[in-house]
Design a binder for this molecule. Sequence first.
Ligand SMILES: [Zn+2]
Ligand SMILES: [Zn+2]
Ligand SMILES: [Zn+2]
Ligand SMILES: [Zn+2]
Length: 234
Amino acid sequence: MARTKATRGSCVYCGKEFTRWGMTKHLQSCPQRAEQTGQTTGAGKSVPIFHLLVQDAYGGDFWLHLEISGQAPLQALDEYLRAIWLECCGHLSAFEIEGTRYTKKTRGFESLPGEKSWGVHVGSIFRPGVQGSHQYDFGSTTELALEVVAERQGVWRGKPIALMARNAPLDLKCSVCGKAAEWICTECLYEADDWFFCEEHLMDHEHEDDMALPVVNSPRMGTCGYEGPAEPPY
Ligand SMILES: [Zn+2]
Ligand SMILES: [Zn+2]
Ligand SMILES: [Zn+2]
Ligand SMILES: [Zn+2]
């Protein structure tokens, strides 16, 4: 199932479509974004604000351009990624940023040497160019790559993270008829070449339909019991 075309997504400020790299450039110069962020320079305390690119660690078909307040704890990013992309059954997760591992610190639990709490404010560890990863579920792991693209100063209001762009749903086809795929057969996922089905052909398929998971816009699609993201806003 070779995919050659880079996935595109639209800018939340102006609606124009770009690939993930095109979007990185575009967001730096989008006039509508500049207008909106310009309005936040008014009254209030100015804080560092970071532009983050988050993508699935393997294909890069799934991506998010986010803005995060420097005052937000790293944990807020974990919560956001769970809501938009990852949460299935409350698995553990961790970040690795510039060689340091950050995770939930629980009293009474032995932590790995050098491991830090993700209660740390991102402003103290993020700078443009900083790269890292996020792992959700240490069994059937979904691994994401993070990169701090840019930093600006501004007054931050509302939730600690804002979505600037995400990839449009992948154009996946039923392996029988070529119509839009709605289901993944997890039995076939590991053993066969074709695992995407439309509703009709899932019903005709040789495996039980309780082995099927819905096609959703997330890198965790088809993994564990993942059935899709929380409803926006995240
Ligand atoms: Zn734009
Ligand atoms: Zn799970
Ligand atoms: Zn079909
Ligand atoms: Zn199957």
